[in-house]
Design a protein around this ligand. Sequence first.
Ligand code: PRP
Ligand code: URA
Length: 209
Amino acid sequence: MGQIYVFDHPLIQHKTAMIRYKSTSVKDFRELVKEIAMLMGYEVTRNLPLEDVEIETPLSKVSVKMLAGNDLAIVPILRAGLGMVDGFLNLVPTAKVGFVGLYRDPNTHLPVEYYCKLPDDIGRRQVIVLDPMLATGGSAAAAVEFIKNRGGTKISFVCLIAAPEGIDVLQKAHPDVDIYIAAKDSHLNDHAYIVPGLGDAGDRLYGTK
Ligand code: PRP
Ligand code: URA
């Protein structure tokens, strides 16, 4: 059974509070999302496999632990998930990056797929799906389904703000997936927006409204 992790680190809480302000500029919003993603990435990558490697320091030979291979794939859900990619790549620059393009139909709130490009060897990689918002859970569940259909098996989902409804939907659809959340909010409104939330993450990242 997948685990749910809600972060209690003070830096993550503080920066997540700052992206909620309606007055936060696009530039600050984008920088904060990247920083939060990097801080979360530190914990999300905690179980990456290590191997023993013999190296030489200026003083002696020593056996040290290093990451075993380049086994990570980061998959942002377009478009808002893109804002979290650089934070993760700062930590693991060798990770492969795949993309799933989904948007929510404004009337039905159901996800509509428009793009999917994943590393060929996705099946052997630990996959980290990124999207700032887990609202109804439709987009996250659909993205994980695409990845599984293309061979993905070890999948985690990382978001900044989650509604209880979305957590439930994702967990029921994919009980094997760990879910990492910076802040768990109260509920969804009639338009399936997270309350109190931060509004539309894609628009706030890219200044489109
Ligand atoms: C947002 C967000 C998620 C989705 C969450 O994307 O980035 O992908 O909504 O909602 P859900 O849990 O109810 O599916 P949006 O559809 O606004 O597309 P965008 O990223 O292109 O703005
Ligand atoms: N997508 C967003 O960007 N924000 C929400 O609150 C819900 C879906």
